[in-house]
Design a protein around this ligand. Structure first.
Ligand code: AMP
Length: 417
């Protein structure tokens, strides 16, 4: 038996209904904020991600699904959306169309990580990007949108952690301090962090190593190194969040794993998840568009992991009584009635009802059983008597009430339901 690839998942039956529910909220809430959906291919030229996410990040170093296609071109299955979205925006000059570009997306992403609960190799993200405004008001809009999505899924148990990693100047100053601090403690650092020290010291702050964590605890605080511009941006955002009654915690060690961020970074966490407790994150990326060949354009965005959203909802018992249901199951006593049954079904479908009928030449009794198994709300019965009188019997399966209706009045079936 051939099995699916490790770290991927087949979705079917009730599980799919959960996805329909969350996808519907993504569409609805994005629409309420005036965001437009964007879809790009699931693979891109490798350089799209290499140049933007950063050569020293785990994603680019260890996790990308990269291969040479038959034409010898290096292709990568997208590990995240922002870089691909920016590629698309620059290529089609989308930022010439509107002053502010508001975009959302949903789809599969691929990272070669060690699979565990809440972590897979193909996973899905919903995300949004607000392109064109340098002001903290757009950071706030993106956070409001993220929270509205989370709320629309009835998820209450979550925290928002926020930090500023400042502009390039502030970050360079901070990096020097950080290197000095870690050099003083180099003997206590893990091998991986030692390697990162000169390549990308900020990444050490992401380390999960226990000894590293102890050292990191007392390291310099990035908020002390923000220049006036960076400080002002962050202060205004924090003030907006306060005035909007949005709960958050300042997290000076939060830097996020990608190189393209500047100023605001944030993450959402939930205690309804296991060790992988972050279910979303985002931040501002003012230089990425220019780095990918576009006009200098500030932007901010976020992504939520859909598997983790569904896990939180599962763990909070949000999905009760999810069942695939149909409106009508038509039971008929002779397969010669098939044409008539088809005709009735097509009419009902035209009026928006879902209909299934037997195509296995099952007995009358087995058909009734199947109607029940498929959670049909109503059964339509066409026995010999109904057939000859051009009638149908309509039975409501929740209360057992049965009515006889002339087939000619099927347009008005809603009056009998
Ligand atoms: P990131 O931008 O890497 O922080 O990813 C944003 C969100 O996507 C995370 O908070 C997770 O919810 C989700 N995510 C990232 N990688 C994976 C993965 N390998 N499996 C499942 N979800 C993931």
């Amino acid at each position: 038996m051939i099995q699916n690839i490790r770290g991927t998942k087949d979705l079917f039956f009730e599980e799919i209904l959960k996805w329909h529910f969350v996808e519907e909220q993504f569409r609805k809430v994005s629409n309420l904020f005036g965001y437009n959906e964007l879809r790009t291919p699931i693979f891109e030229k490798t350089e799209v991600f290499q140049r933007s996410i950063g050569e020293t990040t785990d994603i680019v170093n260890k996790e990308m699904y990269t291969f040479l296609d038959k034409g010898g071109e290096s292709i990568t299955l997208r590990p995240e959306m922002t870089a691909a979205l920016v590629r698309c925006v620059v290529q089609h000059n989308l930022y010439n169309l509107f002053q502010n570009l508001r975009l959302w997306y949903f789809g599969p992403f691929f990272r070669y990580e060690r699979p565990q609960k809440g972590r897979s190799r193909q996973f899905h993200q919903y995300g949004a990007e607000c392109i064109g405004s340098p002001y903290p008001e757009s950071d706030a809009e993106i956070i409001f949108l993220a929270i509205s999505i989370i709320n629309s899924l009835n998820i209450n148990n979550f925290s928002l952690e926020i930090n500023s990693i400042g502009n390039l100047n502030s970050r360079e100053k901070y990096k020097l301090e950080l290197i000095n601090y870690f050099k003083d403690n180099i003997n206590y650092l893990s091998e991986e962090s030692k390697n990162r020290l000169n390549i990308n010291p900020l990444r050490i702050l992401d380390s999960k190593d226990e000894n590293d964590r102890k050292i990191i605890e007392n390291c310099p605080n990035i908020l002390d190194y923000l220049d006036d511009e960076s400080k002002e941006h962050f202060d205004i955002l924090i003030n907006i969040l306060d005035r909007s009654n949005i709960k958050y915690s300042l997290q000076p060690k939060l830097v996020r794993g990608l190189d393209y961020y500047s100023h605001t970074v944030f993450e959402f966490r939930s205690n309804r998840l296991g060790s992988q407790d972050a279910f979303g994150g985002g931040g501002r990326y003012n230089n990425l568009i220019e780095e990918l060949g576009g006009k200098p354009t500030p932007a901010v965005g976020f992504a939520l992991g859909v598997e983790r959203l569904i896990l939180i909802m599962d763990n909070s018992n949000h999905f009760v009584d999810l069942k695939n249901k149909i409106d009508f199951y038509i039971v008929y006593s002779k397969y010669e009635y098939f044409d008539k049954i088809s005709l009735i079904s097509n009419k009902l479908r035209k009026y928006g009802y879902s209909v299934i009928f037997d195509i296995q030449r099952k007995s009358f009794k087995s058909q009734l059983k199947e109607a029940d198994k498929l959670n049909s709300k109503f059964v339509i019965i066409i026995g010999e008597e109904e057939y000859l009188n051009n009638q149908l019997s309509l039975k409501n399966l929740s209360n057992g009430v049965q009515k006889t209706i002339p087939i000619d009045s099927i347009e008005a079936i809603n009056l009998y339901l």
